[in-house]
Each structure stands twice: as C-alpha cells, then as structure tokens.
Design a protein around this ligand. Sequence first.
Ligand code: PEP
Ligand code: MG
Length: 757
Amino acid sequence: MISVLEVLQHIVQEVNASPNLGKALSVIVNRVQHSINTDVCSVYLTDFETREHVLQATVGLPSEVAGKTRIPLYRGLVGLVCERAEPINVEDAPTHPRYLTIKGIDEAHYHGFLGVPIIQNRQVLGVLVVQQAAPRQYDDNEVAFLFTLAAQLVGAITHAKASGELAAYQEQEGAPINFLKGRPGSTGVAFGTVIVSYQQADLDVIPDRMVENVVHEEDAFRVAVEAVTEDLKALKARVGDSLPDEDKALFDAWILMLGSDSLVDRSVERIREGQWAAGALRQTVHEHAQMFDDMDDVYMRERASDIRDLGRRILTYLQCDTARVVNYPENTILLGEDVSAVQLAEIPSGKLAGVVSATGSNASHVAILARAMNIPTVMGVSGLPVARMEGREVILDGYRGRVYVSPPPAVQAEYARLAEEDREISAELEALRTLPAETTDGICIPLYLNTGLVSEMSDLGSEAAAGVGLYRTELPFMVRDRFPSETEQVPNYRRVINAFAPRPVTLRTLDIGGDKPLSYFPVNESNPFLGWRGIRISLDHPEIFITQIRAMLRAAIGYDNLRIMLPMISRVEEVDDAQLLIQRAYEELKEEGYDVSMPKVGIMIEVPSAIYQIEILARRVDFLSIGSNDLTQYLLAVDRSNPQVGDLYDDMHPAVLRALVQIVEGAKVYNRDVGVCGELAGDPAAAVLLLGMGINNLSMSAGSLLRVKGVLRRISRTRARQLLQKALRYEDAASVRRLMYDTLENMGLGGLVRPGK
Ligand code: PEP
Ligand code: MG
C-alpha cells in the first residue's frame, strides 16, 4: 500500500521534471483524478492582465475546452476560491449562490465540487478543481491532500510557466511583454547572451546546449560511459570479498544499465540531434528516472536513484573532458541557479555584461562583487528556467530586478535609450572622480572602497576613494585547497596597502562561515549564519588568526596606514581576546627583528547585541564600522541570501535606522569614528540618511562611489538631518524608501536609483 506522502512526492517529482507548463498541468490533473477517484480534475490559472481564470488543463471535461474557457475574475465557484484564497467544498454545486453555468463545461451539471487555491507570495496563481457528476462531499482527507499538493506545486508551476513563456517569446511575434522578476543586485542595464553557469557534477543544472561537432560529443560520451563501467568493475572487485553475493549483484545491475540500449542509445540519439553530451545525458537520465519513479513498487523506485547516480558519474567524466571549453560571447550574461563569486571572477575580463542568479539577494557576495565590478545584476529570480536559457538574448534591468528574455523590438529600443542615458550619467559622474565628497554646507565625508573579493589586479577606481574601508580577506582562502601560509598572504595585503598609501587601508580578519565556506575546512551546521563564523572561528583557532595578523603587520612595514577590523563581534570578551592575540603577534614579530608598528584596531557592528553594548565596545577600540548587511539580517531575522524572504530584507527598515542612530550616539560618547561598510553605504538614497545621522565615513563597492559622491555633493547636512527626522517617524520601510526616492527625483537625481536620466 503506497502512502499519501509517497503519492504526493511522486506527483511533485513528476511535475518538477516536466519540460513545460502543459506537461506539468497534464501530470497534475491525471494524477489527482486517479488518486482521489473523481470524474473531473482541472486547473485554472489566473490571468491578472486580462482578469480571467483560464481553464488550462483538464481530465474528464471535453479536451477542446482547455485553453479556451475563460471565466471573468472572481466569478463563479472558481472565482470564489480565488477571492477567498481558501478551499470551497460543495456537495451540490448548482444550488450554490455563486454557481455559474459555463458553456462546454457545465452542460452535464456536475454536482460535487471542490476547489483549492494555488498560492504564491499571497497571490492566487490558480485553482485546482475536482468535480463529480453525482452530488459528492469530498472528505477532509481529500481536501487536505489537494491542499498539500497545491502548496507544493507552486514552484514547479511557476518554473514550468516561465519555460513555456520563453517558448512563446520565441515562437510568436507580438507575444505579451513579459519579464522574469527578481531583485536588484547591482544597478545598470545590460544587453547580452546567456551563458549558464553550473556546479560540476550536478545533472539537474546542466543546460541544453546545441553543438556542431556531433562526432566529438558522441565519442566523449562513449568514453565517459566506458570509464564509469571500468570504475564499477574495479569497485566490485575491491569490495568483492566483504559483500554477500546478492549485494554484489547490484554492481552487475549498474554495469548492465550502463550497457543498456535505453541509457546509452537514447543519449546518443539526442547527441546526433545536435544536443551536447551533458545535456543529452540529463534528458535521458530524467526520462528514465521518471519511468522508475512512476512505479508503485518501492524497490523499482529505488532504481530511479541508481539511474541518477550513474548519470552523475558519467557527467563527472564528461566534465573532465569538456572543462573550460566555453566560448564566452562579447556580452556574456552569466546566469545560474546559484552563481558564486568565484564563477563570476572566472569570466575573461571585458566579456561579462550582466549576472542573473535564481537564488541569493542584494547582500549575497556575488552581488557585492558584481557591484564592485559595475556589472548589472539581478538576484533571486524564482522560477528561472535555467536549463533552457543558454544562448538566449536578454536584457537586464539591475535597478528594478527584471530580466527580459528575447525581448521584442519595442522593449529593446526603450532599454537602448535608457542605457544610453545611464552612460551619459556615468560620464557626468566621472568629473567627480578626484573631487571630495563634500556637502553643500562644507562637511566632508570620506568615501572608502570595499574590496578584496576580486584579485587586486585592476585598480577599481582607486583614485576616487579616500582609502579602503573594508578589505574582505576571504578570497585568497577560498581559492586554495588549504589555508594560505603567512608568506603567501603578505603580498596580497601589501599590494592593497601600497596602492592606497598614505590613505587608510582597513583589512578585515577572516570572516568565513555563513555563506562563505572553505572547501578544506568544512563546517556542517544547520544554521550557519548563527553558527561558527567570523571572529568565533578565528579565536577558536588562534593559529589561523595569528598567522593572518602576522601577515598583515608584515605587509604594512614601511607604511602606517593599516587598520585591522574584527568581524561578527557579539561580546566584549571577543574584542579583548583578539586584541591580546594582535599584541602577541606584534611582539613576536618585533622580537624576530621585523620593523612592524601597531595598527589601529576596530570592530564591525553587525550583531544586535553589540548595539546594546556600544559604549562598552567603543571604549575598547579605535574605530567602529557598521556591517549593515548582517545587522539587517540579524535585526529583522531574515536570511540575507534567501529569495523566499527577500521581500522582507530591507536595510532601510525603520528598526535598522533606529539601531544605526543608537550606534552613532554610543560611538560619540568615546569620540570614536563610526562608518558604514555594508551595502547600505553605497545606496545613494540611504547615504543621505547616514549623512543626517552623523556617520563619519562610508565604505562601498567601486561601482557605487561616484553615485554616492554625486548625491552628497548636492545636499547639505542640515537637509539630510531633516530628512532623517522625517524618515524616523515612518513606520515601514516602503515609506522611508518612497520619501528618499521622491527627494532624489525632485533634486533631479532620480537617475542615480533607476534606469535613465
Ligand atoms: C556586512 O555584513 O555588512 C559586511 C560588510 O560584511 P559581509 O557582507 O562580508 O558579511
Ligand atoms: Mg558581515
């Protein structure tokens, strides 16, 4: 007997694997009809533009009504489900006051009716309906079943819908102007061709890719299959003695599968149709796994995971063969399920035009890096059909978080105009490069640079900055397969210290953990942002910390512009312990004969507990710097890289503003400089509020420097204070943003926060 949970998992898996919306919906209606033994099952999708419920798929009703039947929004029982956003279960539908006779559907007068809403982000995307010719009250279990299913189907439906819309874009002239919606990651407009980035050996994220050299692909595929067969034979021989015969037979079964016509021949067929080997493999493995998934027998369903495993093994060999053969087009749009900062850094310079990631947010490190490089970026595009995006022409609107796929000429023309205006604004801002960020009433706010996520080859606008306010030291640790030694670290730090001297350079000690893992130092935690990260790891491993501090001090010999900054401080002991270790490193080096000097030491304020001990902490250190990315995450309890809660992450939330005011006041008691080095500092609208608070310096990505300078040079501190007072009276983040955007718009500076002039 197969459990309800298994049936649910089954359906969801099958829907997830569907290549388009039509297939996905057909799976749903057929499976549901079968599972609860009902006469009719249909799915209506809500078309908010035409304000209609569209019957998109059905089993039980005449097939020709699908796609044609449209009910005005909120009319009939389907409309009632949508309006109330809750299930409607009626035994005898025609007697219900909201019953609506719909041509082609209700001639037969179906009596039993149950409709459940399919909801995403509080919006009813569609209604799943089951009907029965005779009166029928669907029981509680059936309602709960459909309810649970509908909740799980949302992702798959949006995904399949997006894929289908892509097809429509390609096939129909004049298809509706639609875009995939994400969140702004880095401002700007980009035009380009998509290259899909994917993690190695993950079959699910392999894109479709057409190739010309079919013979090469087929050869590579056969070689990979052969290699996996050999591996399995070797494995079987190795474990041979320790396994009972029936388990050994498993290896034979796998080897047989590899030799079977279905897996190999079907993939080869696809390759001969022009698909590259990895894409052909993905499609074939999905198809086969699906077949096994569909079987009721648990043992047979297990075979589906065997097929997937074999697929991954073949892929690993294919990737050894095909690694690094990507030809990046001139305007590459790097797009993926979860684009990483390292993948972005791999694109040859000058070729990267934009970045799109299905996951992550404005505060993810890939977005931070993109801003440093001035690359328009859209993050958290849920439902992004990654596998079908390779080679597509797209336009990115990094201000509004939009991706237009194969856009019609009218959209292209409009964005070409906006991009041109953006270029004009950038050219005008260039004139500010060497000028100070001085307000109209003569207050100078040093603008520092956030750097370190990219190798320091390029001078990322260094002359426009008053120094480095945050040098993230994680990259040299992330790109190696072991901790870098002291002597390996020195040149990294010296390069930036030297490039900016005599301007201050703030090196932050290692802040791994959270979303910055090291492959060679695995930390397995269910809640990494609340776990072992930043200063906590450094203090638990003084050998790592001291090595880094020694490298920093040695790198600064001959300069006196080094400042050391400690991340993730949540208690005073951490500051005291870290300072002792810094002192020890200094003394050791002195003893060894190095002419080092003691740097200024500061801390990041990015954990709420630090706000409430701000004076006590300020007394202990030379300077403070607010990490608004983490501070927002921890104050609002919103994971900074989770797009599901991306709408809730807002660093202009009134609670964040109040926290910042409290920090500034606390720092002033001991006359300590306080800066902001989170992404808030690089937002021209927020920079005005920070000026109003009395923040001493702002540190930001290179791409934001001139925009922030542009706004600060046009406003007075007095006006900024007034705006802050007004903002602090608002109760929600949206009102604060509206106030600030309207203010910039009225000052003629709207082009700093949206596309165009
Ligand atoms: C921050 O949290 O605001 C910050 C600057 O540090 P990171 O983004 O590297 O966590
Ligand atoms: Mg941080």
